[in-house]
Design a protein around this ligand. Sequence first.
Ligand code: HEM
Length: 127
Amino acid sequence: MSYETLKHLHALTVAATLALFLLRGYWMLRDSPRLQARWARIVPHINDTLLLASAIGMLVVAGLNPLDQPWLMAKIVGLLAYISLGTLALKRGSTKAMRIKAFVASLGVFGYIVAIALTKQVVPGLG
Ligand code: HEM
């Protein structure tokens, strides 16, 4: 697969992960039982696996090493933070207030990751 194809797959799965996360966040806010629907627990995992696979594919095809590229390292750290906060928001947060805070924070981290992707800077906007 070419770098361009992988990048398209990456951008597509990025859009899908955001849409799925917003939908599940809305269900969390409404205390909707749909959050527990079988597909709502499985499809995001399949999509997120493709998102990560396309990212790793690009690194392999382009011979990029995150240890040499601070912006890639920042994306990996950002992704880990997004996953932890997302799990707190949709599943593990013990109170609704905590889940809401985690949901808002996850969206902030997601925006940061997209900003890194577009600027290839650890602190987008600085230099
Ligand atoms: C939630 C996690 C992630 C989000 C939201 C995200 C978002 C994006 C976006 C919006 C782009 C730009 C696509 C375009 O210009 O068409 C991109 C590109 C890219 N991402 Fe990610 N990404 C994520 C995770 C990762 C991870 C973990 C890595 C690898 C460490 C990675 C590596 C890359 C690479 C290599 C590019 C292509 C840069 C280029 O050639 O312009 N991404 N990402």
